[in-house]
Design a protein around this ligand. Structure first.
Ligand code: F0G
Length: 358
């Protein structure tokens, strides 16, 4: 057995990497595809969870960032810039630190999760809080990269999509075919586009017999693709996907068309319910945006859109430790308060409802 070498080396023959590409890697990719019997039991489908929280900075962004930063360095960039709801900024700062270049990150003021903010700061990103939303941040980042010597590493940069398509390769390697359905969260729709491209390439080279139907989900308060119009003031507790004007909108619509796919909107209370189910019944801890994949599956299954026995892959995009506050809220919306006891065995046994062994 050997150590996983990161997606650029593992998939060098399927990406634009040459001997001239300095490979900037933290060992991203190679994440587990975890069978989820509890979700299979609830839906009658064969459900697997692709746990992208297992990447080095705790989200799928690392797959795209290894590619984007490597290519940026290949082209001589000394500084990169991105707009972010948190995960992209954490990833960009980490990979830039590894490469010895500068990352400037623009985030909506007060609107990103604490774990992500601390990552960007720890990795020495030049963090700027913008008094606006993500869409405003992206506009500024695009303008800066057009007029100043900074290289844009948002998913409008095709290198990001290229790196992220490797997740589809990994799914196919495990299942030995494409699944029938692939469910995932949608913000800018970059990842939806990346998986669609990855699965398309697998079909074209004869590794699979079909394309999965791509099912993407937005939060109801931030659902421009579902509504068919930009959302000026996007709202949702799932801060990672609080995006009103997705950058890869057109590409995502084309991918939906090509795969007989679907875009749906999910209310925040359903996202949190799915978050609890995934944590407590499957044992996987994710941030709220990721739980929308689970919520989407439960909703589509109830609607009769997922046939019994279908193979389903859910991508969960970010680790729960990035934004843990939601776990501390019970199903009733009240904060969960762990019981406090004195230093006393009998007392603890009593609280746990344990009878003394005979
Ligand atoms: N899930 C998580 C945890 C994310 O951080 C994001 C995007 C998405 C899903 C949606 O992916 O944009 O490709 O459709 N986060 C970006 C960021 C916007 O700045 O970290 P998408």
């Amino acid at each position: 057995s050997r150590q996983w070498r990161g997606v650029l080396r593992e998939y060098a023959d399927r990406l634009d990497v040459t001997d001239a590409t300095p490979i900037v890697t933290l060992g991203e990719g190679g994440t587990p595809l975890i069978p989820a019997p509890a979700l299979s039991a609830r839906t009658g489908a064969q459900v697997y969870v692709k746990f992208e929280g297992m990447n080095p900075t705790g989200s799928f962004k690392d797959r795209g960032m290894t590619m984007a930063i490597s290519k940026a360095v290949e082209h001589g960039a000394k500084a990169v810039i991105c707009a972010s709801t948190g995960n992209t900024s954490a990833s960009a700062a980490a990979y830039a630190a590894h490469a010895g270049i500068t990352a400037a990150v623009l985030v909506p003021e007060g609107k990103i999760a604490m774990g992500k903010l601390s990552q960007a700061i720890a990795h020495n990103g030049a963090l700027i809080q913008v008094q606006g939303n993500f869409d405003d941040c992206l506009e500024i980042a695009r303008a800066l990269s057009a007029g100043y010597p900074v290289h844009l590493v948002n998913s409008v940069n095709n290198d990001r999509i290229e790196g992220q398509k490797t997740a589809a390769f990994e799914v196919v390697e495990v299942l030995q075919d494409a699944p029938d359905f692939h469910f995932l969260p949608v913000g800018n729709a970059g990842n939806y586009t990346a998986y669609s491209r990855g699965y398309r390439e697998e079909l074209d080279r004869g590794a699979t017999t079909r394309l999965p139907r791509m099912f993407g989900f937005q939060a109801s308060g931030s659902a421009p693709i579902v509504n068919g119009a930009p959302v000026l003031h996007p709202e949702t507790i799932a801060s990672a996907i609080r995006i009103g004007n997705p950058a890869s909108w057109e590409l995502a619509l084309a991918a939906r068309e090509a795969t007989d796919g679907y875009f749906g909107a999910i209310d925040d209370d359903k996202i949190l319910e799915a978050h609890r189910i995934l944590s407590s019944e499957v044992g996987i801890f994710v941030e709220p945006a990721s739980a929308i994949s689970v919520a989407g599956l439960l909703e589509r299954s109830e609607a009769g859109a997922v046939p019994a026995g279908a193979t389903v892959v859910l991508t969960v995009t970010g680790h729960g430790l990035k934004d843990p506050q939601w776990a501390l809220r019970g199903a009733d919306g009240e904060d969960v308060k762990p019981t406090v006891v004195p230093v006393d065995v009998t007392e603890v046994a009593g609280v746990l409802g344990l009878e003394k062994s005979a």
